[in-house]
Every structure is written in structure tokens, then in C-alpha cells.
Unconditional design. Sequence first.
Length: 302
Amino acid sequence: MRIRRSLIDLDDLTAEELAFVFDRTAQFERKDPGPLLAGKACANMFFEESTRTFTSFNLAEMRLGAHVVNLAPKNLSLATKGETLEDTAITLGALGIGLLVVRHQEAGFPQRVALAFDGHVINAGDGVHAHPTQALLDIYTLIEAFGEIGGRTIAIVGDILHSRVAHSAIRGLARLGASIVLVGPEAFLPGSYAGNGVSVERDFDAVLPEVDAVILLRIQRERIAETPVSDREYIDRFRLDNRRLGLLRRDAIVMHPGPYNRGIELDDSVLEFAGWRYARQVMHGVGVRMAVLDLLVNARQP
């Protein structure tokens, strides 16, 4: 019996497969690849709201010629009739669904789906655990800007503790040889994150002249019962504004996985900064997800 590949976090991809995904992304952005998923049925099962991830997965699937089914939680017997996760997975497989894209507020939920589903599962974000395709498109944006990112210094700033994006990005960047500087208050960034090529800093101003890129994160308020840092303290110490932009190197870039909160982790001057790459990140999301779909469903070999 063939074991079907899934993508739960970046550890599921070899170094060769990472390179393959980035190469395919570049190819797909230059030229429409045609219906590589013709006749395949993909279901997007999002238990959390999403704009960028949900839309880009839909576009990626449609551009590859797949049949696309979007499953709202209220339409699932799993949510309304007491059906088990395992039974839901069996049902979807029996209906001909070959790939599930799953987003859920519970860490580990996509992995549970993958264990029960006779098909491919892509983690589109689970709790505070992982968000591998977001990390892939962020890394691809860095590669676009700098070429090789080995030896580059990347700062990730903000609520690291509750950010699944940060957790996957740290894994991916470390594997590619980047130096990672994590910046934030103790409540959002315990000192235990330091080690294995990752450093923890509290002084944002001191870090800025030393980095090639800054990845800003929003405070994950929906995952915190009570915010441990006041907005005023956070803004004073960690908001990227016009003064702090002046501390960056001339060729440095600034990124954000979105959604960004104006006035908190950044102000409007960042949106006018020449190195602001948010729109490029969003654009790359479609190509990266097309490449991941092609790799998993068609068993493409690097």
C-alpha cells in the first residue's frame, strides 16, 4: 500500500525538495503550467478565518486544474452531528477527495487528519504549532531579494511564542543556513528560544543595523486570554516606524505574513518603504502552493 505524502511542517521536506519547491515556484510564476492536477479533487477545510491562505490555496488548485471543494465547519458532520475525525476522513476519501488542506485552532489537528485520511494533507496553520506554506513563501521572498540566504541575518520581531508562522520560519531558515535573531518582550519571547543558530535580543534599535531582513509579527490576541504587554509599551520598544527604518541597511527588506495592524507593529511609513515586501509575499503564496501541490500529488522528484 502506497504511503501518501503530507506536509505538516517543513521537517517533512528534504533539502532537495525545498529547492525543488522554490524552482517550481519560479517556473509557475513565469508560465502557466497547465492542468497538472486534472481530475484530482482537493478539499479546503478551514476551521479558522483566513484571507491570504484560503484564497491562495483555491487559486493554486484551480490554476492546476483540480476540482475544488470548500468545506465550511458548519457543513461538517464532525462539527454538528458528533461524527469522529476518523469517520470524516474515511467519508471524504470515499467521495474521491485526494487532498485535504486543513486549518484549525488546535495544534496537531492536521497531523491527526493525516493519520486517518488515505490521501495527502497540507497543514494550512494549526494553533501555535506550524504554518509551513507561509514559511515557504516567506523564504522564497527572501531568496528573490538576496539569492542565497545562507549567511544572511534575519530578524523576526514580535509575538514569537504564539506565532505558528514564526515557528515554521525558524525551522526553514535555520536549515538554509541563515542566522536568526528573535526580538520581543519576555512574555512573547522566552529566552529558551536561543540556541542552534538562533539568538534572542530585547533591544530592537541595536539589532536593526545588523540585519538583512526584518519579519514583523502581529500580537496573536485571539490566542491569548489577556495581553501581557500594554500596547504603549510594545509600540515604544518594538514598533517599526520611520525613525527605526533609518537604522536599517540600505538594501534591507521588511516583511509581514499578514494581517498587519497599523499603529502597533508598524506605522504607515513602513508601507511606503522601498524595501517593504508584503505584496510580493502574498503574490508568491499562489506559486509556492502550486509547487507544493505538484510535489505531493504528482510525486515529483527533485
